[in-house]
Ligand binder design. Sequence first.
Ligand SMILES: [Zn+2]
Length: 287
Amino acid sequence: MEPTYEPKSRAARAGSTRASRRDHRGAAAVAACLSLFAGAGAASAEVSNGARRDAAGERLPVPVAPAAAAVVAPPVDPDWYPLDIVPRIVPPRGRLRCPDVELVVYRGDVLRYHHPVRIYAGFRERLRRFEEVVRDVAIEIYGRAPRRIVHIGAFNCRRIRGYPDVLSEHALGNGIDIAGFDFGRLPRGEQLPEGLPRAIAHPFRVRMKDHWDGGRRAADEVHQRFLHTLAERLIARPDIFRVLLGPAWPGHRNHFHFDVAPDRGVAIFEPVVGGTDAQGSQKATAP
Ligand SMILES: [Zn+2]
């Protein structure tokens, strides 16, 4: 499924301003270190011949040898993601050529997907963390993990619908659409969490399209609580997905869209919750 969100900053997607800001920061740090090294070499050479003097022959203060600086590495941004440097802007017409990224077929490490997904290799770790959250919330609410995660697409080389010059994160294998979860019978000897209807002990399906807004049966309310809790936990974990779209975003009544685009954006319970860009302006439209 297509994330039809508005790319608030095409410039950002063109080369990821965030990524390039980091590149500049990194480059500046490296340059600073290099200049310190250069300064250290020149200073020690002159000091070994006596005091440093300016053009008029006056003594110059001896620079402190930056021995400590020599072992200081450039700052590492813990939020850095390899695809941040991949431009998202593409020609609006003609055959689409998607960036060459390493794709893998993934079945799920912690939980299984109902059908293997084709994804960018670096996205796999994010999905593994996602599966851990799904498992934990499911055990909390249903007393067991789901048998499988039901998705409706991952890699797909295409543009964002309505924005023909912007690449979909699906085109990088960097996004996934989740429709629901299938649960098996409660294992023999296990107890249902208190207050759950007996029906929950039998196999059942949870689907975004059927349960996000609850329903008439007692079990529907439990499924709604599961989906909402899962969404809250994922929103609270920016180390997993940066973009999280759901029912609050047009075209996403029946699935969650999760990806690791360069900029954060959340629209599951409310239309859009985003950060601020380098200029401090609100990201009013979308990730
Ligand atoms: Zn999607």
